[in-house]
Write a protein that binds this ligand. Structure first.
Ligand code: HEC
Length: 138
Protein backbone atom coordinates (compact mmCIF):
# COMPACT_ATOMS: atom_id res chain seq x y z
CA UNK A 1 0.00 0.00 0.00
CA UNK A 2 2.64 2.47 1.08
CA UNK A 3 4.63 1.80 -2.10
CA UNK A 4 1.55 2.39 -4.22
CA UNK A 5 1.06 5.73 -2.55
CA UNK A 6 4.70 6.61 -3.23
CA UNK A 7 4.18 5.74 -6.90
CA UNK A 8 1.11 7.96 -7.05
CA UNK A 9 3.02 10.84 -5.53
CA UNK A 10 5.89 10.39 -7.94
CA UNK A 11 3.52 10.35 -10.90
CA UNK A 12 1.84 13.51 -9.62
CA UNK A 13 5.23 15.20 -9.27
CA UNK A 14 6.17 14.16 -12.81
CA UNK A 15 2.83 15.51 -14.05
CA UNK A 16 3.49 18.85 -12.38
CA UNK A 17 6.89 19.11 -14.08
CA UNK A 18 5.32 18.28 -17.44
CA UNK A 19 2.66 20.92 -16.87
CA UNK A 20 5.37 23.53 -16.25
CA UNK A 21 7.26 22.49 -19.39
CA UNK A 22 4.05 22.52 -21.42
CA UNK A 23 3.30 26.01 -20.11
CA UNK A 24 6.44 27.23 -21.85
CA UNK A 25 9.23 26.98 -19.28
CA UNK A 26 11.75 29.77 -18.97
CA UNK A 27 12.67 30.06 -22.68
CA UNK A 28 9.58 30.90 -24.69
CA UNK A 29 5.82 30.95 -24.49
CA UNK A 30 5.11 29.37 -27.86
CA UNK A 31 8.05 27.45 -29.34
CA UNK A 32 10.71 25.06 -28.14
CA UNK A 33 14.29 25.30 -29.33
CA UNK A 34 15.30 22.72 -31.91
CA UNK A 35 17.54 19.99 -30.51
CA UNK A 36 19.42 17.07 -32.00
CA UNK A 37 22.60 15.17 -31.15
CA UNK A 38 25.81 14.48 -33.08
CA UNK A 39 24.98 10.76 -32.80
CA UNK A 40 21.66 11.32 -34.58
CA UNK A 41 23.37 13.34 -37.31
CA UNK A 42 25.99 10.60 -37.79
CA UNK A 43 23.29 7.92 -38.08
CA UNK A 44 21.38 10.21 -40.43
CA UNK A 45 24.41 10.68 -42.67
CA UNK A 46 24.45 6.92 -43.28
CA UNK A 47 20.71 6.69 -43.82
CA UNK A 48 20.86 9.66 -46.20
CA UNK A 49 23.65 8.05 -48.20
CA UNK A 50 21.66 4.88 -48.74
CA UNK A 51 18.15 6.34 -49.08
CA UNK A 52 18.32 9.91 -50.36
CA UNK A 53 21.63 10.85 -51.97
CA UNK A 54 20.86 9.01 -55.22
CA UNK A 55 18.38 11.77 -56.12
CA UNK A 56 19.42 14.69 -53.88
CA UNK A 57 23.21 14.39 -54.27
CA UNK A 58 25.84 13.11 -51.84
CA UNK A 59 26.05 16.47 -50.03
CA UNK A 60 22.32 17.23 -50.50
CA UNK A 61 23.47 19.79 -53.04
CA UNK A 62 20.73 18.78 -55.47
CA UNK A 63 20.83 16.53 -58.53
CA UNK A 64 17.71 15.23 -60.25
CA UNK A 65 15.89 16.28 -57.06
CA UNK A 66 16.13 19.70 -55.36
CA UNK A 67 18.94 20.67 -52.96
CA UNK A 68 18.26 20.11 -49.26
CA UNK A 69 21.04 22.52 -48.45
CA UNK A 70 21.75 26.24 -48.52
CA UNK A 71 19.30 28.66 -50.07
CA UNK A 72 16.76 25.95 -50.91
CA UNK A 73 16.72 24.70 -47.31
CA UNK A 74 16.70 28.24 -45.92
CA UNK A 75 13.79 29.32 -48.09
CA UNK A 76 11.63 26.24 -47.62
CA UNK A 77 12.31 24.97 -44.13
CA UNK A 78 13.72 27.66 -41.83
CA UNK A 79 11.12 29.12 -39.52
CA UNK A 80 8.73 26.18 -40.00
CA UNK A 81 7.96 23.45 -37.45
CA UNK A 82 10.39 20.51 -37.54
CA UNK A 83 7.25 18.36 -37.56
CA UNK A 84 6.37 19.73 -41.03
CA UNK A 85 9.69 18.54 -42.44
CA UNK A 86 9.21 15.23 -40.64
CA UNK A 87 5.71 14.81 -42.10
CA UNK A 88 6.93 15.71 -45.59
CA UNK A 89 9.84 13.29 -45.71
CA UNK A 90 8.18 10.46 -43.77
CA UNK A 91 5.12 10.53 -46.02
CA UNK A 92 6.62 11.40 -49.42
CA UNK A 93 10.29 10.36 -49.38
CA UNK A 94 12.18 8.52 -50.77
CA UNK A 95 10.07 9.51 -53.79
CA UNK A 96 10.43 6.03 -55.30
CA UNK A 97 9.52 4.27 -51.99
CA UNK A 98 7.54 6.72 -49.80
CA UNK A 99 7.38 5.94 -46.09
CA UNK A 100 9.76 2.98 -46.37
CA UNK A 101 12.21 4.11 -43.66
CA UNK A 102 11.78 3.83 -39.89
CA UNK A 103 10.68 6.87 -37.85
CA UNK A 104 14.09 6.77 -36.25
CA UNK A 105 15.81 6.96 -39.65
CA UNK A 106 13.68 9.92 -40.80
CA UNK A 107 14.48 11.82 -37.61
CA UNK A 108 18.20 10.98 -37.90
CA UNK A 109 18.19 12.21 -41.50
CA UNK A 110 16.67 15.48 -40.30
CA UNK A 111 19.52 15.80 -37.77
CA UNK A 112 21.99 15.22 -40.61
CA UNK A 113 20.32 17.93 -42.72
CA UNK A 114 20.33 20.37 -39.78
CA UNK A 115 24.02 19.78 -39.25
CA UNK A 116 24.76 20.16 -42.95
CA UNK A 117 22.91 23.49 -42.90
CA UNK A 118 24.90 24.83 -39.96
CA UNK A 119 22.37 24.39 -37.16
CA UNK A 120 24.47 23.32 -34.15
CA UNK A 121 23.97 19.98 -32.38
CA UNK A 122 23.15 19.92 -28.69
CA UNK A 123 22.81 17.41 -25.88
CA UNK A 124 19.10 16.55 -26.20
CA UNK A 125 18.03 14.32 -29.10
CA UNK A 126 15.48 15.43 -31.67
CA UNK A 127 12.30 13.67 -30.49
CA UNK A 128 10.71 10.94 -32.63
CA UNK A 129 8.50 12.41 -33.99
CA UNK A 130 9.32 16.09 -33.36
CA UNK A 131 6.69 17.95 -31.28
CA UNK A 132 4.50 20.45 -33.17
CA UNK A 133 5.92 23.52 -31.42
CA UNK A 134 9.61 22.81 -32.14
CA UNK A 135 10.70 25.23 -34.86
CA UNK A 136 13.62 25.02 -37.30
CA UNK A 137 15.55 28.23 -36.50
CA UNK A 138 15.64 31.04 -39.07
C1 HEC B 1 13.80 8.75 -56.40
C2 HEC B 1 14.34 10.07 -56.15
C3 HEC B 1 14.27 10.60 -54.72
C4 HEC B 1 14.73 9.99 -53.58
C5 HEC B 1 15.42 8.64 -53.42
C6 HEC B 1 14.47 10.95 -52.50
N1 HEC B 1 13.88 12.07 -52.99
FE1 HEC B 1 13.38 13.73 -51.91
N2 HEC B 1 12.61 14.58 -53.59
C7 HEC B 1 12.61 14.02 -54.85
C8 HEC B 1 11.94 14.91 -55.78
C9 HEC B 1 11.72 14.66 -57.25
C10 HEC B 1 11.56 16.04 -55.02
C11 HEC B 1 10.78 17.26 -55.51
C12 HEC B 1 9.33 16.98 -55.26
C13 HEC B 1 8.49 18.19 -55.38
O1 HEC B 1 8.99 19.30 -55.29
O2 HEC B 1 7.27 17.99 -55.49
C14 HEC B 1 12.00 15.80 -53.66
C15 HEC B 1 11.79 16.69 -52.62
C16 HEC B 1 12.28 16.54 -51.34
C17 HEC B 1 12.21 17.51 -50.31
C18 HEC B 1 11.62 18.91 -50.44
C19 HEC B 1 12.72 19.77 -50.99
C20 HEC B 1 12.39 21.22 -51.07
O3 HEC B 1 12.83 21.98 -50.20
O4 HEC B 1 11.69 21.63 -52.02
C21 HEC B 1 12.78 16.98 -49.21
C22 HEC B 1 12.95 17.64 -47.85
C23 HEC B 1 13.21 15.66 -49.56
N3 HEC B 1 12.89 15.42 -50.87
C24 HEC B 1 13.85 14.80 -48.70
C25 HEC B 1 14.26 13.52 -49.06
C26 HEC B 1 14.83 12.59 -48.12
C27 HEC B 1 15.09 12.89 -46.66
C28 HEC B 1 15.07 11.43 -48.80
C29 HEC B 1 15.62 10.13 -48.26
C30 HEC B 1 14.81 9.53 -47.20
C31 HEC B 1 14.67 11.66 -50.18
N4 HEC B 1 14.16 12.92 -50.29
C32 HEC B 1 14.80 10.71 -51.18
C33 HEC B 1 13.16 12.82 -55.20
C34 HEC B 1 13.73 11.91 -54.34
Amino acid sequence: MATNLMMDLRLMAAGAVLAIVAAGGPTSASAQALTYTEAQAAAGANAFRSGCSGCHGAQAQGAEAPALFGAQFDGNWRGVPAASLYDFISQLMPADKPGSLTKDAYVSIMAHLFKLNGIPAGTAPLPIPPPPDMMIPK
